[in-house]
Design a protein around this ligand. Structure first.
Ligand code: COA
Length: 326
Protein backbone atom coordinates (compact mmCIF):
# COMPACT_ATOMS: atom_id res chain seq x y z
CA UNK A 1 0.00 0.00 0.00
CA UNK A 2 1.39 3.41 -0.96
CA UNK A 3 0.80 6.67 0.90
CA UNK A 4 0.08 9.91 -0.90
CA UNK A 5 -0.35 13.54 0.08
CA UNK A 6 -3.91 14.29 -1.00
CA UNK A 7 -4.11 17.89 0.24
CA UNK A 8 -2.17 20.63 2.01
CA UNK A 9 -3.31 23.58 4.11
CA UNK A 10 -1.94 26.30 6.34
CA UNK A 11 -3.20 29.05 8.63
CA UNK A 12 -1.39 32.03 10.10
CA UNK A 13 -2.29 34.82 12.51
CA UNK A 14 -3.17 38.12 10.82
CA UNK A 15 -0.97 40.16 13.17
CA UNK A 16 2.52 40.87 11.79
CA UNK A 17 5.49 41.80 14.01
CA UNK A 18 8.34 43.32 11.98
CA UNK A 19 12.04 43.52 12.87
CA UNK A 20 11.67 47.29 13.13
CA UNK A 21 8.89 46.87 15.71
CA UNK A 22 11.15 44.47 17.67
CA UNK A 23 13.71 47.27 17.96
CA UNK A 24 11.23 48.88 20.41
CA UNK A 25 11.12 45.74 22.59
CA UNK A 26 14.79 44.63 22.87
CA UNK A 27 18.26 45.93 21.99
CA UNK A 28 18.36 44.69 18.39
CA UNK A 29 18.18 45.96 14.83
CA UNK A 30 16.56 45.00 11.56
CA UNK A 31 20.07 44.79 10.10
CA UNK A 32 21.31 42.30 12.76
CA UNK A 33 18.25 40.05 12.48
CA UNK A 34 18.24 40.10 8.67
CA UNK A 35 21.94 39.33 8.23
CA UNK A 36 22.14 36.71 11.02
CA UNK A 37 18.85 34.91 10.31
CA UNK A 38 17.16 36.08 7.09
CA UNK A 39 13.97 36.80 9.04
CA UNK A 40 12.16 40.12 8.34
CA UNK A 41 8.84 39.59 10.13
CA UNK A 42 6.79 36.95 11.96
CA UNK A 43 3.10 36.33 12.72
CA UNK A 44 1.84 36.60 16.30
CA UNK A 45 -1.40 35.18 17.73
CA UNK A 46 -3.70 37.69 19.41
CA UNK A 47 -6.03 37.20 22.38
CA UNK A 48 -8.55 34.47 21.64
CA UNK A 49 -6.23 32.68 19.18
CA UNK A 50 -4.63 29.41 20.31
CA UNK A 51 -2.63 26.57 18.77
CA UNK A 52 -5.91 24.71 18.11
CA UNK A 53 -7.30 27.75 16.23
CA UNK A 54 -4.59 27.59 13.56
CA UNK A 55 -4.29 23.79 13.61
CA UNK A 56 -7.99 23.32 12.90
CA UNK A 57 -8.01 25.92 10.11
CA UNK A 58 -4.92 24.42 8.44
CA UNK A 59 -6.51 20.97 8.72
CA UNK A 60 -9.81 22.22 7.27
CA UNK A 61 -7.99 23.70 4.26
CA UNK A 62 -6.00 20.50 3.68
CA UNK A 63 -9.19 18.40 3.81
CA UNK A 64 -10.91 20.81 1.42
CA UNK A 65 -8.07 20.42 -1.11
CA UNK A 66 -8.14 16.63 -0.69
CA UNK A 67 -11.93 16.51 -1.08
CA UNK A 68 -12.14 14.59 2.20
CA UNK A 69 -14.95 14.98 4.76
CA UNK A 70 -14.03 15.27 8.46
CA UNK A 71 -15.83 12.00 9.31
CA UNK A 72 -13.54 10.13 6.88
CA UNK A 73 -10.41 10.98 8.88
CA UNK A 74 -9.17 7.94 10.86
CA UNK A 75 -6.35 9.63 12.74
CA UNK A 76 -5.19 13.14 13.68
CA UNK A 77 -1.52 13.54 14.67
CA UNK A 78 -0.57 17.01 15.86
CA UNK A 79 3.09 17.96 16.40
CA UNK A 80 3.43 20.84 18.86
CA UNK A 81 5.47 22.14 21.80
CA UNK A 82 2.85 24.79 22.56
CA UNK A 83 -0.37 22.84 23.12
CA UNK A 84 -3.51 24.66 24.26
CA UNK A 85 -3.21 22.78 27.59
CA UNK A 86 -0.78 20.21 29.06
CA UNK A 87 -3.77 17.87 28.66
CA UNK A 88 -6.00 16.93 26.98
CA UNK A 89 -4.14 16.83 23.71
CA UNK A 90 -4.66 19.73 21.32
CA UNK A 91 -5.36 17.05 18.68
CA UNK A 92 -8.55 16.14 20.60
CA UNK A 93 -9.61 19.81 20.59
CA UNK A 94 -8.94 19.96 16.84
CA UNK A 95 -10.96 16.77 16.36
CA UNK A 96 -13.88 18.51 18.08
CA UNK A 97 -13.45 21.76 16.10
CA UNK A 98 -13.38 19.87 12.78
CA UNK A 99 -16.11 17.35 13.58
CA UNK A 100 -13.71 14.49 12.77
CA UNK A 101 -15.84 12.20 14.90
CA UNK A 102 -14.32 8.92 13.71
CA UNK A 103 -10.68 9.87 14.29
CA UNK A 104 -8.24 8.81 16.98
CA UNK A 105 -6.31 11.94 17.94
CA UNK A 106 -3.05 12.57 19.78
CA UNK A 107 -0.26 15.13 20.12
CA UNK A 108 3.36 14.38 19.35
CA UNK A 109 6.32 16.09 21.02
CA UNK A 110 9.37 16.29 18.73
CA UNK A 111 9.81 20.07 18.66
CA UNK A 112 10.70 21.40 15.20
CA UNK A 113 10.79 17.84 13.79
CA UNK A 114 7.21 17.21 14.94
CA UNK A 115 5.68 17.30 11.48
CA UNK A 116 8.18 14.83 9.99
CA UNK A 117 7.85 12.50 12.99
CA UNK A 118 4.07 12.74 12.43
CA UNK A 119 4.44 11.88 8.74
CA UNK A 120 6.56 8.88 9.68
CA UNK A 121 4.00 7.52 12.14
CA UNK A 122 1.13 8.19 9.73
CA UNK A 123 2.98 6.40 6.93
CA UNK A 124 3.27 3.29 9.11
CA UNK A 125 -0.43 3.38 10.11
CA UNK A 126 -1.41 3.47 6.44
CA UNK A 127 1.09 0.89 5.19
CA UNK A 128 -0.02 -1.53 7.94
CA UNK A 129 -3.69 -1.05 7.02
CA UNK A 130 -4.57 0.46 10.42
CA UNK A 131 -5.79 3.74 8.84
CA UNK A 132 -6.68 5.04 5.37
CA UNK A 133 -6.94 8.81 5.79
CA UNK A 134 -4.83 10.76 8.26
CA UNK A 135 -4.50 14.43 9.10
CA UNK A 136 -0.91 15.33 10.08
CA UNK A 137 -0.60 18.83 11.53
CA UNK A 138 2.26 20.98 12.84
CA UNK A 139 0.97 23.92 14.89
CA UNK A 140 2.53 26.38 17.32
CA UNK A 141 1.90 29.55 19.27
CA UNK A 142 5.54 30.02 20.26
CA UNK A 143 4.99 33.69 21.09
CA UNK A 144 3.47 32.51 24.41
CA UNK A 145 6.66 30.70 25.53
CA UNK A 146 9.21 33.12 24.07
CA UNK A 147 10.94 35.48 26.50
CA UNK A 148 10.24 38.94 25.07
CA UNK A 149 13.12 40.29 27.18
CA UNK A 150 15.71 37.92 25.60
CA UNK A 151 17.03 39.27 22.30
CA UNK A 152 18.92 35.99 21.68
CA UNK A 153 15.67 34.11 21.13
CA UNK A 154 12.64 36.39 20.80
CA UNK A 155 13.61 37.61 17.32
CA UNK A 156 13.63 34.09 15.89
CA UNK A 157 10.19 32.60 16.40
CA UNK A 158 6.62 32.97 15.11
CA UNK A 159 3.15 31.39 15.22
CA UNK A 160 1.12 29.38 12.70
CA UNK A 161 0.07 25.94 11.49
CA UNK A 162 0.33 23.67 8.47
CA UNK A 163 -1.32 20.35 7.66
CA UNK A 164 -1.52 17.55 5.12
CA UNK A 165 -4.06 14.84 4.44
CA UNK A 166 -2.30 11.53 3.83
CA UNK A 167 -4.24 8.70 2.25
CA UNK A 168 -3.78 5.12 1.11
CA UNK A 169 -3.07 4.91 -2.60
CA UNK A 170 -2.17 2.38 -5.29
CA UNK A 171 -0.39 4.96 -7.44
CA UNK A 172 3.25 6.03 -7.73
CA UNK A 173 2.70 9.61 -6.56
CA UNK A 174 3.63 8.80 -3.01
CA UNK A 175 5.72 9.18 0.06
CA UNK A 176 8.88 7.21 -0.81
CA UNK A 177 10.46 7.15 2.65
CA UNK A 178 10.62 8.77 6.06
CA UNK A 179 13.59 8.75 8.47
CA UNK A 180 13.57 9.94 12.07
CA UNK A 181 16.42 10.35 14.57
CA UNK A 182 16.88 11.50 18.18
CA UNK A 183 19.94 12.48 20.17
CA UNK A 184 18.91 13.03 23.79
CA UNK A 185 22.46 13.92 24.88
CA UNK A 186 21.71 17.52 23.98
CA UNK A 187 18.20 17.93 25.40
CA UNK A 188 19.23 20.96 27.47
CA UNK A 189 20.57 23.06 24.57
CA UNK A 190 17.04 23.97 23.45
CA UNK A 191 14.18 23.58 25.91
CA UNK A 192 11.52 25.10 28.12
CA UNK A 193 12.66 24.50 31.71
CA UNK A 194 9.42 25.48 33.42
CA UNK A 195 5.80 24.28 33.46
CA UNK A 196 6.54 20.52 33.42
CA UNK A 197 7.07 18.21 36.41
CA UNK A 198 10.62 19.42 37.19
CA UNK A 199 9.74 23.08 37.57
CA UNK A 200 5.96 23.26 37.87
CA UNK A 201 4.21 26.49 36.95
CA UNK A 202 2.78 26.44 40.49
CA UNK A 203 6.29 26.95 41.90
CA UNK A 204 7.09 30.66 42.39
CA UNK A 205 10.76 30.03 41.40
CA UNK A 206 9.56 29.00 37.95
CA UNK A 207 8.08 32.45 37.44
CA UNK A 208 10.73 34.47 39.32
CA UNK A 209 13.66 32.91 37.40
CA UNK A 210 11.82 33.09 34.08
CA UNK A 211 12.03 29.29 33.70
CA UNK A 212 8.66 29.35 31.99
CA UNK A 213 10.34 30.62 28.82
CA UNK A 214 12.21 28.86 26.00
CA UNK A 215 16.02 28.71 26.46
CA UNK A 216 18.56 28.06 23.72
CA UNK A 217 22.33 27.86 23.19
CA UNK A 218 22.14 29.33 19.71
CA UNK A 219 25.69 28.68 18.52
CA UNK A 220 25.73 25.00 19.50
CA UNK A 221 22.27 24.43 18.09
CA UNK A 222 23.37 26.01 14.82
CA UNK A 223 26.26 23.56 14.32
CA UNK A 224 24.20 20.48 15.22
CA UNK A 225 21.36 21.64 12.96
CA UNK A 226 23.56 21.79 9.85
CA UNK A 227 25.25 18.43 10.49
CA UNK A 228 22.01 16.64 11.41
CA UNK A 229 19.96 17.98 8.51
CA UNK A 230 22.68 16.92 6.11
CA UNK A 231 22.72 13.43 7.67
CA UNK A 232 18.92 13.09 7.44
CA UNK A 233 18.92 14.31 3.82
CA UNK A 234 21.67 11.87 2.79
CA UNK A 235 19.82 8.98 4.51
CA UNK A 236 16.70 9.78 2.46
CA UNK A 237 18.60 10.05 -0.82
CA UNK A 238 20.59 6.86 -0.23
CA UNK A 239 17.49 4.88 0.75
CA UNK A 240 15.94 5.73 -2.61
CA UNK A 241 19.06 5.41 -4.76
CA UNK A 242 18.91 9.12 -5.58
CA UNK A 243 21.41 11.97 -5.48
CA UNK A 244 20.87 15.65 -4.74
CA UNK A 245 20.81 16.38 -8.47
CA UNK A 246 17.60 14.31 -8.76
CA UNK A 247 15.73 16.66 -6.42
CA UNK A 248 13.29 19.20 -7.82
CA UNK A 249 12.88 20.97 -4.51
CA UNK A 250 14.05 20.77 -0.91
CA UNK A 251 11.88 22.25 1.83
CA UNK A 252 14.03 22.50 4.95
CA UNK A 253 12.86 23.49 8.41
CA UNK A 254 12.72 27.29 8.35
CA UNK A 255 14.91 28.21 11.35
CA UNK A 256 17.68 30.37 9.95
CA UNK A 257 18.68 31.26 6.40
CA UNK A 258 22.34 30.54 7.20
CA UNK A 259 21.51 27.02 8.50
CA UNK A 260 19.54 26.34 5.31
CA UNK A 261 22.30 27.67 3.03
CA UNK A 262 25.04 25.72 4.86
CA UNK A 263 23.01 22.49 4.64
CA UNK A 264 22.26 23.01 0.95
CA UNK A 265 25.92 23.73 0.25
CA UNK A 266 27.01 20.47 1.92
CA UNK A 267 24.45 18.61 -0.22
CA UNK A 268 25.48 20.43 -3.41
CA UNK A 269 21.99 21.90 -3.89
CA UNK A 270 21.65 25.29 -5.59
CA UNK A 271 19.45 28.08 -4.21
CA UNK A 272 17.06 27.55 -7.15
CA UNK A 273 16.00 24.23 -5.61
CA UNK A 274 15.39 25.53 -2.08
CA UNK A 275 12.01 26.74 -0.89
CA UNK A 276 12.13 29.30 1.90
CA UNK A 277 9.57 31.60 3.48
CA UNK A 278 11.23 32.28 6.85
CA UNK A 279 11.60 35.96 5.95
CA UNK A 280 7.80 36.24 6.44
CA UNK A 281 7.19 33.86 9.36
CA UNK A 282 10.41 33.22 11.30
CA UNK A 283 10.82 29.81 12.91
CA UNK A 284 7.36 28.30 13.52
CA UNK A 285 8.84 25.01 14.81
CA UNK A 286 6.69 21.99 13.83
CA UNK A 287 4.55 24.22 11.58
CA UNK A 288 7.39 25.49 9.39
CA UNK A 289 7.60 22.60 6.91
CA UNK A 290 3.85 22.08 6.37
CA UNK A 291 3.31 25.85 5.95
CA UNK A 292 6.12 25.98 3.36
CA UNK A 293 4.83 22.81 1.66
CA UNK A 294 1.36 24.32 1.37
CA UNK A 295 2.75 27.56 -0.09
CA UNK A 296 4.94 25.72 -2.60
CA UNK A 297 1.98 23.51 -3.57
CA UNK A 298 -0.47 26.41 -3.99
CA UNK A 299 2.14 28.35 -6.01
CA UNK A 300 2.23 25.41 -8.45
CA UNK A 301 5.91 24.67 -7.81
CA UNK A 302 5.30 20.92 -7.51
CA UNK A 303 4.48 18.88 -10.62
CA UNK A 304 3.72 15.16 -10.93
CA UNK A 305 6.82 12.97 -10.46
CA UNK A 306 8.90 15.84 -9.03
CA UNK A 307 11.14 14.62 -6.23
CA UNK A 308 10.62 16.65 -3.06
CA UNK A 309 12.81 16.34 0.03
CA UNK A 310 11.70 17.75 3.38
CA UNK A 311 14.18 17.83 6.23
CA UNK A 312 13.93 19.06 9.83
CA UNK A 313 15.90 19.53 13.02
CA UNK A 314 14.73 20.51 16.48
CA UNK A 315 14.98 20.38 20.25
CA UNK A 316 15.65 16.98 21.79
CA UNK A 317 17.63 16.88 19.61
CA UNK A 318 15.33 15.39 16.98
CA UNK A 319 15.80 15.36 13.23
CA UNK A 320 14.39 13.65 10.19
CA UNK A 321 13.55 13.64 6.51
CA UNK A 322 10.89 12.54 4.06
CA UNK A 323 11.22 11.97 0.32
CA UNK A 324 8.13 12.38 -1.81
CA UNK A 325 7.44 11.55 -5.45
CA UNK A 326 4.85 14.28 -6.04
N1 COA B 1 20.22 41.60 18.16
C1 COA B 1 21.45 42.08 18.31
N2 COA B 1 22.47 41.36 18.83
C2 COA B 1 22.19 40.11 19.21
C3 COA B 1 20.91 39.55 19.11
C4 COA B 1 19.89 40.35 18.55
N3 COA B 1 18.65 39.91 18.40
N4 COA B 1 20.96 38.29 19.57
C5 COA B 1 22.22 38.05 19.95
N5 COA B 1 22.96 39.14 19.76
C6 COA B 1 24.37 39.33 20.05
C7 COA B 1 24.87 38.39 21.09
O1 COA B 1 24.55 38.88 22.37
C8 COA B 1 26.37 38.41 20.83
O2 COA B 1 26.91 39.55 21.42
P1 COA B 1 28.28 39.49 22.21
O3 COA B 1 29.29 39.04 21.19
O4 COA B 1 28.46 40.89 22.67
O5 COA B 1 28.05 38.49 23.30
C9 COA B 1 26.43 38.60 19.30
O6 COA B 1 25.13 39.05 18.91
C10 COA B 1 26.80 37.37 18.53
O7 COA B 1 26.08 36.28 19.02
P2 COA B 1 26.22 34.88 18.36
O8 COA B 1 25.44 33.90 19.18
O9 COA B 1 27.65 34.58 18.05
O10 COA B 1 25.50 35.10 16.95
P3 COA B 1 25.27 34.07 15.82
O11 COA B 1 25.88 34.56 14.58
O12 COA B 1 25.56 32.66 16.27
O13 COA B 1 23.69 34.14 15.62
C11 COA B 1 21.71 32.99 16.22
C12 COA B 1 22.84 33.87 16.72
C13 COA B 1 20.79 32.70 17.41
C14 COA B 1 20.96 33.71 15.14
C15 COA B 1 22.31 31.67 15.68
O14 COA B 1 23.19 31.11 16.60
C16 COA B 1 21.26 30.67 15.35
O15 COA B 1 20.46 30.87 14.48
N6 COA B 1 21.27 29.50 16.03
C17 COA B 1 20.34 28.46 15.76
C18 COA B 1 19.01 28.84 16.31
C19 COA B 1 17.92 27.98 15.80
O16 COA B 1 17.71 27.91 14.62
N7 COA B 1 17.23 27.33 16.72
C20 COA B 1 16.13 26.52 16.41
C21 COA B 1 16.58 25.25 15.81
S1 COA B 1 15.20 24.28 15.48
Amino acid sequence: MNVRIAGTGSALPGKILTNTELEQLVDTSDEWITTRTGIKERRIAVEGEYTSTFAAEAGRRAMEMAGVHPEEIDLIILGTVTPDFPFPSTACIVQDLLGATNATAFDLSAACSGFIFGLSIAEKYIRSGAARKILVIGAEVLSRIVDWQDRNTCVLFGDGAGAVVLEASDGDHSLLSTHTFSNGSYWNLLYQPGSGSRNPATNSRTIDERLIYLKMEGNDVFKHAVRSMEEAAVKALDANGLSASDLTLMIPHQANRRIIDATAKRLGLGADRLFTNLEKYGNTSSASIPIALDEANRQGLLKPDNKLLVVAFGGGFTYGSALINW
